[in-house]
Design a protein around this ligand. Structure first.
Ligand code: SAH
Length: 287
């Protein structure tokens, strides 16, 4: 199941080049699509990482080569940095507080994970199509789920089910030591590889396979996050959590809710139901 070619012993530092290209593509619609209030909120919330800059939050967390620092090297990337800050301000308004998660959201250039025709919508709080009837998750829900998963403590090894375009894996890479992500659609697995490659993120491993089975060869995980909704959480995943580990997943058919499951002992899990959500379905097998 492991795809050796999908490893990224590379660094995030080269992100600026592609980012700059993406900016010139998307910047013309920036002013028409971003609500002015969002930009005002961004300015108002300039100190949203507890008075520290994003770069300093990330560097305090041991994250080096944040694209934020490099984006300050030219005017165009700064436009995207400002828009991302506005997006983060809206996510904060919706209740996300974890400064490391917010900093990660601000650092990852979401527009680089979606096709160029939609890049101008990259920083609105919406899910967007990525092909094959799948979507990139809304920034709010990405942040919220990671915040919930992280509130169990420091994250070492994390498993994501549903790589899609790779955006959430990139965000996770800034808050966890090692990120493993599984995608069942080969074309999306390839897309994520292509999207992530120029970012040179060293701690992401992409796998093509059925995420419902987890990754027993790598388990246990401190955190497991599902980006697709099943009627229930697969038992195999529960068994791949460390004791004290947390799994967060959308669950349900028509009406979905976020479910948090904590493993409290070898044979004991504690479950709680959180807010409503809307995700693409979790499916068995590979295509
Ligand atoms: N994490 C993505 C979200 C992708 S949408 C982001 O950053 O936005 C959810 C993804 O889950 C889809 O790509 C879908 O193909 C995938 N998926 C659904 N069932 C799966 C399974 N059993 N194993 C792995 N991936 C699955």
């Amino acid at each position: 199941m492991t795809d050796k070619g999908s490893r990224f012993p590379l660094r995030l530092s080269s992100v600026v080049d592609k980012s700059s290209r993406g900016e010139s593509r998307s910047s013309p619609s920036v002013h028409t699509e971003m609500p002015q209030t969002a930009m005002k909120n961004a300015a108002k919330n300039a100190l949203h990482t507890g008075g520290r800059s994003t770069a300093s939050v990330l560097s305090a967390a041991g994250v080096v080569n944040s694209p934020i620092r490099q984006e300050n090297t030219s005017a165009i990337p700064l436009v995207s940095a400002n828009i991302r800050r506005a997006m983060v301000a809206r996510v904060m308004d919706q209740g996300v507080k974890d400064s490391l998660v917010l900093a990660a959201l601000e650092a990852i250039p979401r527009h680089m994970f979606i096709e160029s025709g939609l890049a101008s919508q990259a920083y609105i709080d919406a899910s967007l199509p990525i092909g094959h009837h799948q979507t990139i998750s809304k920034p709010y829900i990405v942040a919220r789920m990671i915040e919930i998963m992280r509130s169990g403590g420091e994250l070492g090894r994390v498993l994501e089910i549903g790589t899609g375009c790779g955006y959430q894996a990139a965000v996770l890479s800034l808050v966890a030591r090692d990120v493993y992500s599984i995608e069942r659609i080969k074309a999306l697995h390839e897309l994520a590889k292509n999207n992530l490659r120029p970012m040179r993120i060293p701690n992401i491993r992409l796998h093509y396979g059925d995420g419902m089975l987890g990754l027993p060869q790598v388990a246990p995980f401190d955190g497991i996050i599902l980006a697709a909704a099943g009627l229930e959480v697969p038992q195999a995943l529960l068994e791949q959590l460390t004791i004290g580990g947390r799994l967060i997943a959308p669950v349900g058919g028509g009406r979905q809710v976020l479910q948090l499951i904590e493993r409290v002992a070898k044979l004991e899990w504690k479950s709680s139901i959180l807010e409503q959500c809307h995700f693409v379905p979790l499916r068995q097998g590979m295509v």
